[in-house]
Write a protein that binds this ligand. Structure first.
Ligand SMILES: [Zn+2]
Length: 205
């Protein structure tokens, strides 16, 4: 048995009602009605807002968000990650990998880091916790950090987001905390765009 949450949107005001329902695998989006499976991966509205703020320069952004029911995400409400993922895929389809890369970089520019984060290693170590705060119903580590040598570290991104988005985030963090370092994608470990479970990004100092 699964739990479904029915969100009825009347003139832009979401009224939430929760029902128990035995319908399996049901996710639908129709005019004004969104059914959210409570156990599915979800993302907080404030994260959607922060990311889409970086994408608004692209003219299709608003219409895509509206089509997906994500045009006015509420700060503290949860939304299906699958829908937000589709938004990023649309953006990549219309504007290419570079657009998503730039959105990732912009997100870092607009995001304050805690005072305790003072090195690029601290920043990458904080990624997994930061991800956990704005996502739920996912298991396992979404970001990992490995030390390859005195001069290289590797960030492993194993979350559902498209590769160029994380590549932009990692580039943005590197420029902010270690401006002379370079970032490259180690394709010998595969890439999520090819269906592999993770992407490995090497930061060289
Ligand atoms: Zn990749």
């Amino acid at each position: 048995m699964d739990y479904l949450e029915l969100i009825i949107i009347i003139e832009g005001l979401p009224l939430r009602r929760t029902f128990r329902c035995c319908v399996e695998n049901l996710i639908s989006l129709t005019s004004g009605v969104m059914l959210v499976r409570m156990s599915e991966p979800q993302v907080l509205g404030r994260y959607i807002d922060a990311v889409t703020e970086c994408a608004l320069s692209h003219k299709e952004t608003s219409s895509i968000l509206e089509k997906l029911g994500l045009s006015s995400p509420q700060y503290s409400e949860w939304y299906p990650l699958a829908l937000f993922h589709r938004f990023l895929l649309y953006l990549m389809k219309f504007h290419g990998d570079e657009a998503l890369f730039e959105v990732g970089k912009c997100l870092v520019t607009n995001t304050p880091f805690p005072d305790r984060v003072s090195t690029v290693q601290d920043a990458f170590r904080s990624l997994d916790l930061a991800y956990t705060i704005v996502h739920r119903n996912q298991h396992g580590s979404m970001y990992g950090l490995k030390s390859k040598s005195d001069f290289q570290i590797v960030v492993v991104a194993a979350n559902p987001y498209p590769c160029p988005f994380d590549w932009g985030i990692i580039q943005g963090i590197t420029k902010r905390f270690a401006p002379n370092a370079t970032v490259s994608h180690d394709f010998s470990h595969g890439c999520r765009l090819d269906g592999d479970p993770a992407c490995h990004y090497t930061i060289t100092f």
